[in-house]
Write a protein that binds this ligand. Structure first.
Ligand code: PGA
Length: 258
């Protein structure tokens, strides 16, 4: 049985005041939803403040990135230990904006994944192809390569301790969502790759879809057999939109794979 998860990725948006207002508006409508898991990932400087607000609620705290190294001389970086200390339960690793804009490699993402687990955080590993890669029929090979880096470095059991988010780059922030079937196809592929190494890990693995998820399309996406929730960017910045997506996850059936 897989319980759905909805995580909001606030990216580099908002102020302290607007972030506090946002979380205060999200908590009441989400409080009644008990059939799914929820998280928000604010920018680093706001983690502690948002962590205070979510304490005791059913919305967990997550970070958007983590350093691949233990503490030391890594100017500008934030360690897994610091995130755990700040009350984080989740951390996004290998987001396409980290890979694309900041040149983060598959190997760096795998190291970050390992750091997250080492500090008791649940890593949300983002994988996904660009439009050019999809058009070149390379979706599966790209996703497999990104997954494989983590399996190779951390092992398949470690994959089972985290979450995978399929986020086609062409769907992120573009308003162009993958169709439920396109998402399902890649999710089934991901699960199949992991199943080849460990069937039980694969069956229990939470696989999120991310890329222009909105209140209006969440229910159809979450109805797919291998879609276990969403990683939400733009729509997580509007409390009513985000709460509606959380409700769609709460109302969706828990999925069991035969
Ligand atoms: P989006 O972003 O919902 O704004 O497309 C998703 C993400 O980048 O995680």
């Amino acid at each position: 049985m897989r319980v759905k998860l909805v995580a909001g990725n606030w990216k580099m948006n908002g102020s302290l005041a607007s972030s506090q207002a946002l979380i205060r508006a999200i908590l009441p409508p989400v409080a009644a939803l008990n059939r799914a898991r929820f998280a928000v990932c604010p920018p680093y400087p706001y983690l502690a403040a948002i962590g205070q607000v979510v304490q005791g609620s059913n919305v967990a705290l997550g970070a958007q990135d983590v350093c691949q190294f233990d503490d030391g001389a890594y100017t500008g970086a934030v360690s897994g230990a610091m995130l755990a200390d700040s009350g984080c339960r989740y951390v996004i690793v290998g987001h396409s904006e980290r890979r694309g804009i900041f040149g983060e490699s598959d190997e760096a993402a795998a190291l970050k994944y390992g750091q997250a687990l080492k500090h008791g955080l649940t890593p949300i590993l983002c994988v996904g192809e660009t439009l050019a890669e999809r058009e070149a029929n390379a979706t599966e090979s790209v996703v497999a390569r990104q997954l494989e880096a983590v399996v190779k470095r951390c092992g398949v059991t470690a994959v089972g301790q985290g979450v995978v988010a399929y986020e086609p780059v062409w769907a992120i922030g573009t308003g162009k969502t993958a169709t439920p079937q396109q998402a399902q196809d890649v999710h089934a592929f991901v699960r199949g790759r992991i199943a080849a190494a460990d069937r039980r890990v694969a069956e229990a693995l939470t696989i999120l879809y991310g890329g222009s998820v909105k209140a209006g399309n969440a229910a159809q996406l979450f109805a797919m057999a291998d879609v276990d929730g969403g990683l939400i960017g733009g729509a997580s910045l509007a409390a009513d939109e985000f709460a509606a997506i959380c409700r769609a996850a709460h109302e969706a059936k828990e999925t069991v794979k035969a």
